[in-house]
Unconditional design. Structure first.
Length: 228
């Protein structure tokens, strides 16, 4: 007799079959070197024949870029309350997931995302002191079941992060970059605590190591964890 599959099981199998790609998010404070490392990892993955898509938050879609502008560069941005900020980041994320991330994962692409759900938990939750429960619910609402397979945190001391922000600022620092040192301490600690609580998803790299070394640590971890 044919074995019956329960609806729950067959739906989770369908999901697993539909999602053939891999989602890797990069997190860390400003100046931690995420974009350099994302570009390098994308190149490595392409060399072994994987299709790769790099994207960023907030932004990554036309709607998302407009939202990004509103949050990050709006000259009146200082008046924005933390709740509005949280919801705008979530709005940008919801659009990115549906328009870019999910369709690419279905095609088997490796998606590298510069910031994702954990940025909201850390920046709006830990650093801006919004309650974590609603943030988790909003994150979940925004991304559904499109959670990262791996999250790489580039950890740098606050002083290094601030020095790098000052160095690279060709124009005036943006709204988030104008935050004070206490804010960035909270961001750093927030990531470390989160990573400790979810060790299977997170990988923390010392971002003060030489760039080559950071590249190698990330590449080794990606290959080990994701079997690529
Ligand atoms: P960006 O210029 O992309 O900074 P970085 O290169 O460091 O990623 O600006 C994004 C800013 O938005 C950054 O300060 C982090 C912040 N942010 C949040 O506060 N919450 C979020 O959910 C996201 C995605 C970003």
């Amino acid at each position: 007799m044919k074995k019956k599959t329960s609806p729950a099981r067959s739906s989770s199998r369908r999901k697993a079959a539909a999602r053939r790609g891999i989602l890797i998010s990069f997190e860390g404070s400003e100046g931690s070197g995420k974009s350099t490392q994302i570009a390098y990892l994308a190149g490595q993955l392409q060399q072994i024949g994987r299709e790769v898509l790099s994207t960023r938050e907030p932004g990554g879609t036309e709607i998302g870029e407009q939202v990004r502008n509103l949050i990050v560069h709006n000259s009146k941005g200082d008046e924005m309350c933390a709740e509005t900020e949280l919801l705008l980041f979530a709005a940008s994320r919801a659009q990115l997931v549906r328009e870019v991330i999910a369709p690419n994962l279905m095609k088997g692409v490796v998606v590298l995302c510069d910031r994702y759900i954990d940025s909201s938990t850390v920046y709006q939750g830990v650093a801006r002191n919004l309650s974590l429960d609603p943030i988790q619910q909003i994150n979940r609402f925004a991304v559904g079941d499109v959670l990262p397979d791996l999250t790489i945190v580039l950890d740098v001391p606050t002083s290094v992060s601030l020095a790098r922000i000052r160095q690279r600022a060709s124009d005036l620092p943006d709204r988030m970059e104008r935050e004070n040192i206490q804010f960035y301490k909270k961001v750093r600690d927030g990531y470390l605590v989160l990573a400790r609580s979810l060790p299977r998803r997170f990988f923390v790299v010392d971002g003060t190591l030489p760039e080559e070394k950071v590249r190698k640590l990330i590449w080794d971890e990606v290959r080990k964890r994701l079997g690529v």
